[in-house]
Design a protein. Sequence first.
Lengths: 133, 395
Amino acid sequence: MAYPAQYRYTKEHEWIDVKDGVATIGITDYAQHELGDVVFVELPKVGTKTVAGKSFGTVESVKAVSELYAPAAGEVIDVNAALQNTPEKINTDPHGAGWLIKIRLSNAAEISGLMDAAAYEAYIAEKGKEASA
Amino acid sequence: MESVTSPTITQLRKTPLNPLHRCLAAKMVPFDGWDMPVEYPASGGLIAEHRAVRGSVGLFDVSHMGDIRIGAGRKPGGALAAVQHVSMNDASLMAIGQAHYSAMLYPEGTFVDDVIVHRLGEEDYLLVINAGTREKDIRWVRENTKSFDCVVEDLSDAYTQLAIQGPCAAEVLQELTDANLSAIKNYWFTHGTVCGLRNILIARTGYTGEDGFEIYVPSDRATSEEVWAKVMEAGREFGIIPCGLGARNTLRLEAKMALYGHEISDKINVWEAGLDRYCKMEKGDFIGRAALERARAAGLTRTLVGMEMIDRGIARDGYGVYNEAGEAVGVITSGSPSPTLGKNIALAYVPPALASVGTTLYVEIRTRKCKAQVVPTPFYKRPKRAAAPQTAKTA
């Protein structure tokens, strides 16, 4: 699956898509593969503040619980409610319909520290090498 | 996104089928010191694997399991006496060709391991043991059978153990063997030719709560891969898929089969675990018996119950269990979404007063206390089919 060029990526495998100060956040295709079938998602309420690098929720497969880390600080303005009944959207469309939350960024400059698609792809290629070593 | 618990990588052991699993792009994880497939995303992943076993058939590599043979010494009777001494079920009740679920106990009445004992011959027993407890178990058996006239052999590395599980398992395996599988009852076994290999142990056992077989073939890589391929080929018309330890765990949990280190351990005794029916106090002395007598007289302080989540949330191993007053009353030993039931289920140790079906309990999931209730177990019982024998427990 292609990694959208306009997104930015974290080392914890979240993506963030910024438009006019509003950022949509999700987990990457690599992350959903690592996790397996997603069966449960716990997301913050609208109005919650996110802190860059801090957990804002969890995503669970049958086997495992994974923390979700905020790529940037902001205030949650929308939550993907459809995931409550169809968490598998994170597997089938991680960069689209499987989005998690939208936040209003409090410091847009934070985004510049994140990886672009090319850097992220290089990063996960390196991870893949470690895993098969 | 990052795993909350990341396992430490040490020198992992590999089954003879390890290269094949990697070839199938299985997701590999460290399990009890072994590098094992947890699921095979390319053929559908954990939930698909679980459903294949409940609905048709799946194939598992369970070669990490260990095998201990207790055979005849110079005089008759020694092997049986040794098995009786180190395990809690009554091996004298087994015919040749029969197997049963049992456990080896510490003098405290707690678990060294749970085992399946097979009576191979007049004076010949095979104990199938868990991967994580292999070395400990073998030492334990050697130590505690010293005074018996028997021979103890570690056959753990001699076999590739494959589990063919599901309602169509018999049809699949029958294509590959001359043994009449319909004549093998649940928890019985035979020896037959499988894939042209003679004298293969074929047991109607498993760890899924479904009908199925476990076969023990020579552990060289070529033979192991050939048998695996032939089972997959024979199972193709039934939609067979390779299944990993993830599905193995959800399947056994639905059937309320114990997992060492979770429902049973060196801290938990037989009565607490509810395995009374496999513990034959009347058979005579065995290791752990005296402590179990005392424990029975003293009464239970905790017991294993099945729970179902009412609130949204998945109970996981180690999460705390609370009563309605908010007091800590127990701990989850295994918890998972149940693919068959579409609910989140768990096993937990709680005081007997809170063990009745319908009791409301709370599970602490991260910062929230989520409502759950005690439900009857097993969570899943396979439908009775014509000629399909009663399900039982397995190691």
